[in-house]
Design a protein around this ligand. Structure first.
Ligand code: PMP
Length: 424
């Protein structure tokens, strides 16, 4: 059922369109290639399922890079967005609108603390907000973690602890020291009374789902409190139920950050980010010092409210924990060739809730990603030896089991460098 717009055929994915190859060719001619890998053209999604331009169906364990908390085309999001765009689509922060007020109130209630929210449009922007708040302390120095990822804009990139991503863009703003992630002593040694902020992820997502030792976040809180330094937790990837908690730091006792950055899952597919500041940190930004035209956009905020309401109403924090355990157990114990035991390519699974990394025994994650796609499973490879899973929080048992049934064949095909597995 192709439809024609300005002379070009588009497909809905329900029937024959112009095909995958043609769409990729047009993409090559018109878009900058920021990842440099072959692309799968996708045209439709529903729940944890996606369809390409030729009608082939996939099980989506990428989830828009941990964005689609409710899966694709969730009725609550569709309804909230439709109603909001039909009544008040955008007014800017020169005016007050109900959805951003309600979403900010709701977020603060979930944090259970007094604070204030600055809405923006992405994770990197949320981190820029935190960076500016840090500058306003008057302290010159910042501390972040090696391997950490905070975004691609210049301030966020300065905090990102991946030199390869920074190198072409030097010099970057700020006076940032990167310390090994998870190392309390290195953090203690780097943080002084000149340190404006320490920024860390509760679990490093882009670095391959790296979980710090127990007690690390609390130590970071104690170290920063002792020097009057802001503790910024980047929960862009771990927040909004992804790990089975509203925010991952809530799984750790005694960790009350000064600033939390959010994005990804918050909008259920609409672009929105948030810099949330608590206590004295909430008063550092003064009027005129920061802003953005689209921040607090009513449609994006209405989507955010629908996401939070649905997570609460449908018990999706519990589901993320439960489905995550089923998935983790299945990958560790039932990924052998006969569906039992551990596959020789699988070392172990790490992460929390539905942010999981399959750590491989060989650096073949890109090949596993491709073999999985050929078998109808979409996964992502953030590191050479890590396959990352970020399916919707709505994931059902049968969607876990379909993944687990297909996985042994996918791993075998890479391990034996043989033919790809047959589709499920
Ligand atoms: N912080 C973290 C922890 C992230 O995982 C990401 C995105 N992967 C970002 C910041 C940047 O978010 P965005 O791509 O929306 O700018």
């Amino acid at each position: 059922t192709g439809t024609t717009t300005t002379g070009t055929t588009h497909t809905t994915g329900d029937g024959p369109g112009e095909g995958n190859a043609a769409l990729v060719r047009r993409w090559r001619g018109a878009l900058m290639d920021n990842y440099g890998t072959p692309r799968l053209p996708l045209v439709r999604g529903e729940g944890a399922r996606l369809w390409d331009a030729e009608g082939t169906r996939y099980l989506d364990y990428v989830g828009g890079i941990a964005v689609n908390a409710l899966g694709h085309a969730h009725p609550a999001v569709v309804d909230a967005v439709s109603r909001q765009i039909a009544s008040l689509g955008h007014v800017s922060n020169l005016f007050v609108a109900e959805p951003p007020v309600a979403l900010a109130e709701r977020l603060l209630q979930l944090f259970g603390r007094d604070g204030r929210v600055f809405f923006c449009n992405s994770g990197a922007e949320a981190v820029e907000g935190a960076f500016k708040i840090g500058r306003l302390t008057g302290r010159p120095h910042m501390v972040a973690a090696t391997g950490g990822f905070h975004g691609r804009t210049m301030g966020a990139l300065a905090l990102t602890g991946q030199p390869g991503k920074q190198q072409p863009f030097l010099p970057l703003p700020g006076d940032v020291t990167h310390v090994p992630y998870g190392d309390e002593e290195a953090l203690r040694a780097a943080v002084t009374e000149d340190t404006a902020l320490v920024v860390i992820e509760p679990i490093q997502g882009e670095n391959g789902v790296v979980v710090p030792p127990a007690g690390y976040l609390r130590a970071a809180r104690e170290i920063t409190r002792a020097t009057g330094t802001l503790l910024v937790l980047d929960e862009v990837q771990t927040g909004i139920g992804r790990t089975g908690h509203w925010f991952e730091h809530q799984a750790h006792d005694g960790v009350d950050p000064d600033v939390v950055t959010l994005a990804k899952g918050l909008g259920g597919g609409l672009p929105i980010g948030a810099t949330v500041a608590f206590g004295a940190a909430a008063d550092l930004l003064k009027p005129g010092q920061h802003g953005t035209t689209f921040g607090g956009n009513p449609v994006a905020c209405a989507a955010g409210l629908a996401v939070l309401d649905t997570i609460a109403a449908d018990g999706l924090l519990e589901n993320a924990k439960r489905a995550g355990e089923r998935l983790r157990d299945g990958v560790e114990n039932a990924s052998g060739a006969d569906g039992t035991g551990r596959h020789p390519l699988v070392s172990h699974v790490r992460g929390a809730g539905l942010l999981l990394g399959i750590v491989l025994t060989e650096p073949v994650a890109p090949q596993v990603q491709q073999a999985a796609q050929d078998a109808g499973l979409l996964v992502n490879a953030p590191a050479p030896d890590v396959v990352r899973l970020m399916p919707p929080l709505t994931l059902r048992d049968e969607e876990v089991d379909a993944f687990l049934r297909a996985l042994p064949g996918v791993l075998d095909s890479v391990h034996q460098h043989g033919e790809g597995p047959a589709r499920e």
